[in-house]
Design a protein around this ligand. Structure first.
Ligand code: SGN
Ligand code: CA
Length: 533
């Protein structure tokens, strides 16, 4: 007993002295494992990141990551909606494995996640901004998160369990909190993991004053399939996310209307967002939006002019919100430069999913079609990733956990379902999984996107919509990149169809997904909807 105790004392003393000596000599931390910053925005379409080659807007700071690191042109999510996407990122498991299949089911923080594993391995960890998962975040030494969806103006944050309202604009506040933690909050002697997660550019796209005038006079070219007739695609036809028909004048397009002249589903909701502003914020807001409302009332656009007008109004506010996100990225990258951390910090920029910017006539996400299935993904790590690297690998948000654990030298638990893409990033092996699997569950619900699952391969995509109507879609992305032509019943694709069915079956067996699980989720969901609330 005595000898055990004295050896503990000796070991502790030695550890202390060694640690002291190391710090004294080097004056900095001795652990050389990379820091990791995951910048995630909400609903940020890759079409609105200039590094992806579209000329909708300019995102110079996000683009820095592409210029100095890697850009993935076909990265996707496994379930295109906020909370499930984040659950997949954290757990490295598909929705049907981590339990968070839709925005409604509770998330179980008791299960393993990669932040817990890194924390256990000596990383200092923080989660700042939007997470949209109920309950106290687990795996973080520090958390400062928005409750639920959060608000754009004067938002509440829950800092280490304590709810408090902060004056200001959510995107700049989130950036400030991230910088505060980086500068003063973190343990300087440990490698760190920071999840820096923006609410923007989520609906209802409320910009900050600085950007009210950005694109004010610009009219945006509509995507070629804006006036899609959804032929051969009943689930698409069933949507409620049309820019023309479903964007709400009062809520989405900020046409505040206390006199009640406009038809709206969201008068109360809009008042609650608008009502959060202080008098100065309101005055600035009104100075910008009141003249637009007055112009509209004088001469309300009709028909296709109304579609273009709504599209322009949507795009302007959406892109303005992104500009603030890009500013924040710049501030964090500057901090890394100034503090000498750039070289040994992995910086990831991604979104919880992609978004429609008028493609198929839509806003929102949820479908397995490219615009919302894909997500922007840029990774900079100067120590290992060559600058300007481009990859078409079918990586998914599912793979982030494995990849981070790999970089940190922490063994990934066997039940993780992703794969590390470190070799793709450093250019040593371009081969990666030859498919991506997708599931979506939230129906009936807002935007009316039916339940479906599917597989994407290098060239094709097979999707099964269910339960009613129950039918299939098949796309040849090489000849039909905008997914307008469902060739499922085309005899020319009979062989491809059979191959893809086999692939899908194999993939579902590989991950442990099944029709029985789908039925369970559906039953639970319908019970929830029917229960008194
Ligand atoms: C809210 C939005 C929807 C959005 C979902 C999911 N409506 O319901 O437009 O699709 O969130 O978004 S709103 O009236 O609240 O703006 S998610 O990205 O958070 O999953
Ligand atoms: Ca989202």
């Amino acid at each position: 007993m005595k000898s055990t105790r004295s050896s503990i004392v000796i070991v502790s003393l030695l550890t202390f002295l060694l640690g002291f000596a190391a710090h004294d000599v080097v004056g900095a931390r001795t652990d050389s494992r990379p820091n990791i910053i995951v910048i995630m925005s909400d609903d940020h379409a890759y079409q609105a990141v200039s590094a992806y080659g579209h000329d909708l807007n300019q995102t110079p700071n996000i683009d820095r990551l592409a210029n100095e690191g890697a850009l993935f042109t076909r990265a996707s999510v496994t379930n295109s909606i906020c909370a499930p996407s984040r659950a997949v990122m954290l757990t490295g498991k598909h929705s049907f494995r981590n339990g968070k299949v839709d925005n409604i089911q509770a998330f179980d923080w008791e299960q393993e996640n990669f932040a817990k594993l890194l924390q256990g391995a000596g990383y200092n960890t923080a989660l700042i901004g939007k997470i949209h998962l109920n309950g106290d975040p687990k795996g973080f030494d520090y958390s400062n998160v928005l409750p639920g969806q959060g608000h754009y103006y004067n938002p509440d944050f829950i800092e280490n369990g304590v709810l408090k309202q902060f004056p200001g604009y959510v995107t700049t506040l989130t950036t400030d909190f991230a910088l505060d933690w980086l500068r003063e909050g973190r343990d300087q002697e440990k490698p760190f993991l920071l999840l820096y997660h923006q609410k923007a550019p989520h609906r209802a796209w409320m910009p900050e004053k600085k950007y009210f005038d950005l694109y004010a006079d610009r009219s945006f070219a509509m995507p070629e399939n804006f006036f899609d007739d959804y032929e051969g695609r009943p689930a698409a036809a069933n949507h409620e996310m049309g820019v023309w028909r479903d964007l709400d004048l009062v809520y989405d397009l900020k046409m505040r209307d206390p006199a009640g002249e406009f038809q709206t589903k969201y008068r109360q909701l809009w008042e609650s967002h608008y009502g959060r502003m202080d008098p100065a914020q309101m005055a600035a807001w009104d100075a910008h939006y009141l003249p637009i409302i007055a112009d509209y009332k004088k001469n309300p656009p009709q028909g296709r002019d109304l579609a273009q007008w709504k599209f322009d109004r949507y795009m302007r506010d959406y892109l303005r919100c992104i500009q603030s996100v890009d500013d924040g990225v710049g501030e964090v990258l500057d901090y890394l430069d100034e503090s000498g951390l750039t070289e040994n910090t992995i910086v990831v920029y991604t979104s919880d999913q992609g978004f429609y910017l008028g493609e198929h006539g839509w806003f929102d996400k949820r479908f397995m079609y490219e615009e919302s299935f894909r997500t922007p993904l840029l990774v900079r790590y100067p120590k290992e990733v060559p600058a300007g690297q481009r990859s078409e690998a079918l990586v998914q948000n599912l793979d982030l956990a494995n990849t981070f654990l790999d970089y940190a030298g922490v063994e990934a638990p066997d039940d993780l379902q992703g794969e590390t893409f470190r070799a793709v990033l450093n250019g040593s092996d371009a081969d990666f999984r030859d498919f991506a699997y997708y599931t979506y569950y939230e129906y009936p619900a807002e935007h009316s996107v039916m339940r479906h699952y599917g597989v994407r391969t290098d060239r094709y995509k097979l999707i099964h919509f269910y339960p009613n109507p129950d039918y299939w879609e098949l796309y040849d992305l090489e000849v039909d990149p905008t997914e307008m032509n469902n060739v499922y019943k085309d005899p020319a694709y009979a062989q491809i169809q059979a191959q893809l069915h086999q692939k899908l079956e194999d993939v579902r067996a590989h991950y442990g997904d099944s029709d029985e699980l789908n039925q369970e989720h559906l039953d639970r969901y319908m019970k929830f909807r029917e229960s008194p609330r």
